[in-house]
Structures are given as C-alpha cells and as structure tokens.
Design a protein. Structure first.
Length: 243
C-alpha cells in the first residue's frame, strides 16, 4: 500500500507516556540515574537507564506475553507523539537537560507533490538527498514505541480469516526493554523514520531495519556526529511471527 518502504506499522505510546519520557530523558525526574557518554563504549542494551512507563520489564517481546497492555497502532499518515529537541541538531548539546526536549504531535510521512502517499522511511545513507538534507542536519527527532512490525519478502502463510495466501508478518522488540527508541527526522508537522542496514536478526525478514537507539545514544543522534550510529548490528532484537 505504501510503496517499497519498510516498517509501515509500529506500536506507539500515548501522549501522557511520551510526556513522562521527555521528563525522564531531560533530567526532570530526580530518580533518573546518570548515564555514561555514548561515545565511551558500545552500549549494553540490557542495562536499565530509565524508569520506563509501565512496570512489566521482563517481557521477551512476545505478543502473547503482553496482553492487557494499551495498544496504540501507528501507520503512515497517523498523527502521533514524537520526542523533538528544542535545539538545532546540527549543533547538538553535551547532555539533555530540562527544556531541551518536548513532545510534538506529528503526522508520519513526508508529503510530496509527485506521490499521493507519504514517504515514511528515510535511509540514513540518503542524508544528502534534497528532500532529507535540511531535516537530517537541523531537525532530527526520536520516535518512542513498544515494537514494530515487518512482513517477510519471501515467507507466506494462509490467512485464517480469508483463506488466502498472505505474507508472513513478524513483530520485533528488544528483550527486557519495554520502550524502544528509533531515530527520526521532522519537517514542520510531519516526521519520517530513519532506517539502516539490517542486522542478523532482521536480515532474514527485510534487508533494512529502523535506526534503533539505546538511551545512552540519544545525545549522539541529536548532535552533529550522528552518522556513527549507522551500524546497528549489536541491537539484540527479538522476532516473533504474527498470526
């Protein structure tokens, strides 16, 4: 429906949850522990940097383990809360402090005159293309979600509802981390999700993956040296079949 892009569906957070994250990330919550600089060592994705919304922290990411949670499905064109900096990302900041982040309700996908559908994914390798250049330099942002979905390019299954052969869909999450941060860019009241080369878990399903960020990497993503985050091979994704 939306062209050849990947990840056209993710499970988002409510406005209230994103507001809480903004407060925690920017140091407005005193219980937030100090985090080490992103450049020091490769981040360990199992470590707990934040008091995440909701207390169910031992989930493996399996959908059947998360029944009862609030589901907020986000698709292209959907307006949803995104974490945006109040500073120019071409310059960045040394650390996130109160007032450096805020929530913005944005529509997923950049509109264009030549395509009736929004362009909702941006390859990090395409940062210099005219449509992305200004946003990649000055207006990077953060998408907070619980998980994302992707359909296999080769694997199929029979739909229980229609009896037809359909693509096998997978859901991806990070074990023991109920909130996932993904790099994004903003243009006015629109945003796009950044993608990069797939790691070993994602590659059997799709050659691309979202630019998943550890909490200690957020200042790097929102600063001038963001390209060092293009390699996401260390992200420990968990994949589960849907249906």
């Amino acid at each position: 429906m939306y062209g050849e892009g990947m990840c056209a569906h993710y499970l988002g957070l409510s406005d209230e949850e994103v507001d809480r994250l903004v407060g925690q990330l920017s140091g407005e919550r005193p219980e937030r522990p100090e985090s080490s600089p992103a450049e020091a060592t490769a981040p360990q994705y199992e470590q707990r940097e934040l008091d995440y919304p909701q207390s169910e922290r031992q989930s493996s990411g399996s959908p059947r383990e998360e029944r009862g949670r609030r589901w907020i499905d986000v698709y292209p064109k959907t307006v949803s809360p995104v974490i945006v900096p109040t500073f120019d990302t071409a310059v960045g900041v040394d650390e996130l402090t109160p007032g450096t982040l805020e929530r913005a309700d944005l529509a997923w996908g950049y509109s264009t005159q030549w395509n009736p559908q929004p362009i909702f994914n941006t390859r990090i390798e395409s940062a210099d293309k005219p449509i992305w250049r200004a946003s990649m330099e000055h207006d990077r942002c953060i998408i907070a979600c619980r998980r994302f979905y992707e359909s296999s390019g080769t694997e199929t299954r029979v739909s229980e509802r229609t009896g037809r052969v359909i693509k096998q869909q997978y859901v991806f999450a990070i074990p023991d981390m109920p909130i996932m941060f993904i790099g994004g860019i903003r243009r006015g009241d629109e945003y796009s999700m950044i993608t990069t080369r797939a790691n070993a878990v994602m590659a059997p399903v799709h050659p691309r993956m979202p630019l998943i960020l550890h909490p200690t990497e957020l200042t790097t993503w929102l600063g001038p040296r963001y390209m060092r985050l293009a390699d996401r091979s260390a992200v420990p994704l968990a994949a589960h079949k849907v249906g």
